[in-house]
Write a protein that binds this ligand. Structure first.
Ligand code: SF4
Length: 496
């Protein structure tokens, strides 16, 4: 049963493959108990009809949401493999323990359910559904096995888009701090056998991990830290060294999803709960980044795909034109000081490079790459939207009109406030735009204009075209301080 492969790929989790097969066979046993008066004890009486009843039984479980479509496929696959291998091992020969088992008690090819590809296209959850799920996370502890551990695991799944087994098997010591003091998750991509991968994570996710580490340490104070896992299997695990099984996460998640009120789409229609599986968070994560313009090579690295084609085929990467526009403008991005990002990015380490480009959300006069704000769709700025003073801010030529309008607004506000007589001095001081901010905006405008002036006519045309394309699809965070619609721009025509 692949015993030669498992140790290389799964290390300490070798027993999981075996126990998974036993758990799958449980469904066969349940089916026999339900459908046969002898509960399946009379081996010689088993036959084709029992196999058909079994496949209908697991199909029913999948339709009613007790198991996922993927699980249904796994159960059938493992059962088929088991029945085939007992024959290969000679256990059904005369005189052997399963000698009475009829030859037609086996799954044929057409008995197998359609293959469900875990990482298939179009399975990202709509944004509103994801928000409803996040709101209902606190109800997880009301269901069977819905512990704080399960909740933390699911929250990290949502935040990081890792595969369920990558989160379930995290060691206790799974987080590091990079050279900039930012947290990175260190995990293993079991599917591709890649160890020690580093994923930049937002502070909010790092806090969940820190809390979980403390709770686990307190629960297993005597276990060596190097052996402790972040999500210990709840039973038969006195040392805290056995990790969650993927199936445990799947089961708890399914019970929780079944227990929560209906999930509603923006138009008020109900979203099928069967489509919400732990892998959905991975797809949602990838789609979020694809929509935000993450470049395909970075997305491929993030998702652990071997080929770029898989990545590009799997996610609805916004139309090719938008993608090309993002590619074009990314090399003309500036940070808050007016320094070009692209020049710096090429010298960054791989994970820093990923951090720089994996997530961004539009803010009125640029882009925000602060992970928790990106995750919140631009509504979660931890710094009261002081973008031009923030290290997470970027801008490019497509925001030039907004930069100019913002500068006008600041200058006008400064004059108006200076003349106001109905304000206390402290209120006036607080409301008045600072000289530093005005200077910063001026610098940014100048840098972007100088950059454009240095381009050839042809390159400028390309930038204009990219700007038009991006402005059509751009949505600006509603949580930001508003600015007036931009004035007509002489340098960059636009459609918006
Ligand atoms: S200040 Fe602006 S750039 Fe910084 S985190 Fe907030 S929204 Fe993002």
């Amino acid at each position: 049963m692949g015993a030669g492969r498992d140790p290389r790929r799964y290390g300490k989790n070798i027993p999981n493959g075996l126990s998974d097969m036993i758990l799958c066979l449980r469904y066969l046993s349940q089916s026999l108990v339900r459908s046969r008066q002898d509960d399946g004890a009379d081996m010689a009486a088993l036959g084709r009809s029992d196999i058909e009843t079994f496949t209908q039984y697991v199909a029913h479980l999948a339709h009613t949401g007790e198991i996922s479509a993927f699980r249904r496929t796994t159960v059938c696959r493992f059962t088929s493999r088991f029945l085939r291998e007992i024959r290969d091992l000679g256990l059904t020969r005369p005189g052997e323990i399963l000698a009475d088992l009829p030859g037609d008690f086996a799954l044929r090819r057409h008995d197998m359910p359609p293959v469900v590809i875990e990482e298939g296209p179009g399975r990202a959850l709509p944004k509103e559904i994801l928000s409803q799920l996040c709101e209902r996370l606190p109800t997880l502890d009301q269901i069977r096995d819905g512990s704080d551990d399960a909740r933390a695991a699911i929250e990290i799944l949502v935040d990081t888009g890792r595969r369920p087994d990558e989160i379930g098997c995290l060691p206790w010591d799974c987080m590091e701090t990079d050279e900039h003091g930012k947290s990175v998750l260190v995990y293993t991509d079991f599917k591709n056998n890649r160890i020690g991968l580093r994923l930049p994570i937002p502070d909010s996710t790092a806090e969940i991990i820190v809390r979980q580490k403390k709770a686990i340490r307190a629960r297993f104070p005597d276990t060596k830290l190097s052996e402790l896992v972040l999500f210990p299997q709840p039973r038969q695990n006195s040392e805290g060294t056995k990790p969650f099984r993927m199936q445990h996460i799947g089961n708890v998640h399914r019970r929780w999803i079944n227990a929560i009120p209906p999930l509603l789409l923006a138009d008020g229609t109900e979203f099928p709960k069967l489509e919400v599986v732990p892998y959905s968070y991975r797809h949602s994560y990838a789609q979020r980044h694809a929509d935000a313009g993450t470049l395909p090579d970075v997305l491929r690295e993030l998702m652990g795909h071997r080929s770029l084609q898989t990545t590009q085929g799997s996610y609805r990467v916004t139309e090719k034109r938008t993608r090309a526009a993002v590619d074009k403008l990314v090399s003309h991005q500036f940070d808050r000081h007016g320094n070009k990002i692209w020049t710096q990015a090429r010298q960054l380490l791989e994970h820093e490079h990923a951090r720089l480009r994996i997530g961004q959300v539009s803010v009125p006069y640029g882009i925000c790459v602060e992970p928790s704000n990106v995750k919140a769709g631009g509504h979660g700025c931890p710094f009261r939207f002081r973008c031009v003073g923030c290290d997470h801010f970027r801008t490019d030529p497509s925001y030039l009109p907004e930069l100019r309008t913002y500068l006008d607004t600041l200058l006008r506000d400064r004059e108006r406030l200076a003349a106001a007589s109905d304000l206390d001095a402290w209120a006036r001081t607080e409301a008045t735009p600072s000289d530093e901010e005005i200077k910063r905006i001026r610098t940014l405008i100048r840098r972007v204009e100088t950059d454009l002036d240095g381009l050839t006519e042809d390159e400028r045309e390309q930038i204009k075209d990219a700007t038009r394309t991006l402005r059509k699809s751009r949505t600006v965070s509603l949580g930001m301080p508003g600015i007036r619609p931009p004035e007509p721009d002489l340098r960059l025509e636009r459609d918006a």
